[in-house]
Design a protein around this ligand. Structure first.
Ligand code: SF4
Length: 124
């Protein structure tokens, strides 16, 4: 869970949490996100004018907009794969700056995963 008030997000933990999706093909992830993503069903909550602060940070806005979405991790994984460092807007309950910071860490984990076998040893 992302704490929008915490300046230092744990990108390593976020990237590790996405490892479970590494074998899922892009088209399957896309189908899951399109079918179940709240925003894709017009279910993003309306921006309420009476929030405590009148100008929430991008991080806070992303967390609020995606709160309760059942496919946050899948959406995050899909955006990291498809948009990568060129990402914009809100995806996977993260602001674009956070996804850009997460991307190289996620990418490094994937490269390591792709060069090791199931037991963690190097591929021949
Ligand atoms: S995580 Fe956010 S951007 Fe992604 S599908 Fe859910 S509501 Fe939409």
């Amino acid at each position: 869970m992302v704490n929008p008030d915490d300046d230092a997000l744990d990108y390593e933990a976020m990237a590790a949490a996405l490892d479970r999706w590494c074998q899922v093909p892009d088209d399957v992830l896309t189908t899951v996100v399109v079918r179940r993503g709240l925003c894709l069903w017009g279910l993003w909550p309306a921006v309420e004018p009476d929030w405590d602060d009148c100008a929430p940070s991008d991080r806070e806005l992303a967390a609020r907009l995606c709160a309760g979405c059942p496919v946050i991790d899948q959406c995050r994984e899909l955006d990291l794969r498809t948009a990568g460092p060129s990402t914009t807007g809100v995806w996977g309950a993260l602001a674009e700056d956070d996804r850009r910071a997460l991307h190289p860490i996620w990418q490094h984990r994937r490269q390591q995963h792709n060069t090791t076998d199931q037991e963690g040893g190097p591929l021949p």
